[in-house]
Design a protein around this ligand. Structure first.
Ligand code: MN
Length: 195
């Protein structure tokens, strides 16, 4: 982790225009690290065996975990599908559930799938130049429904933390799949709630 000065301020290059000179270090998620996340296990194993692609990566800077600090970074979700389901991030709740987040889309095409513990769900388009406000209490997952990387800049409260376990065990209530017309479609997850 580079030595960012959270007391005096700093600039950071996410190197999205090419030539990775960035001091930010990305965390990569390969498909094999997402076992149980996609709905079609056969298609999943086939895609892992066929080359185990990187599904997404994110650049985070190690912000201090204080309520008064602001964590931010850049997320890149690659294009692809597992069965009919688009490549996406694992998705998470915040450990402090009552904290929101903003995602500003820089390039690509897709959406933010959200759900709260009460069962409310939504899918917000992610369009370059547009920001999505993910309200407190909502788990969030980026889905790439296009053909180029979906790149967004995110910002949230420094101490919010991440809770991946709830999504890993129960899954999401909704899936984003390619419809017969080739367009994205939101459907109920038939396996939601299976442990
Ligand atoms: Mn978050």
């Amino acid at each position: 982790m580079a030595d960012f000065n959270w007391q005096k301020g700093f600039i950071v290059d996410f190197a999205l225009t090419g030539g990775l000179s960035s001091a930010a270090v990305s965390t990569k998620r390969k498909l094999s690290q997402m076992r149980g996340i996609f709905s079609d296990p056969d298609a999943f194993e086939k895609a892992v065996a066929a080359g185990d692609p990187v599904v997404y990566e994110f650049y985070e800077l190690g912000a201090p975990e204080n309520a008064g600090d602001v964590a931010f970074g850049t997320s890149v979700t690659y294009p692809g599908k597992v069965g009919g389901e688009y490549f996406m991030t694992k998705g998470h709740f915040h450990r402090i559930l009552e904290t929101a987040e903003v995602y500003y889309t820089l390039s690509g095409e897709g959406g933010m799938l959200v759900e709260n513990p009460e069962g409310e769900t939504d899918f917000f388009p992610m369009i370059p130049g547009n920001a999505v406000y993910v309200p407190k209490r909502f788990a969030h997952r980026s889905v790439n429904t296009g053909t180029i990387p979906l790149v967004s800049f995110f910002v949230f409260r420094g101490d919010a933390g991440h809770n991946y376990a709830a999504i890993e065990t129960r899954g999401y209530r909704k899936l984003v799949v390619e419809g017969m017309d080739g367009k994205p479609k939101i459907i109920d997850n038939p396996r939601w709630g299976e442990e």
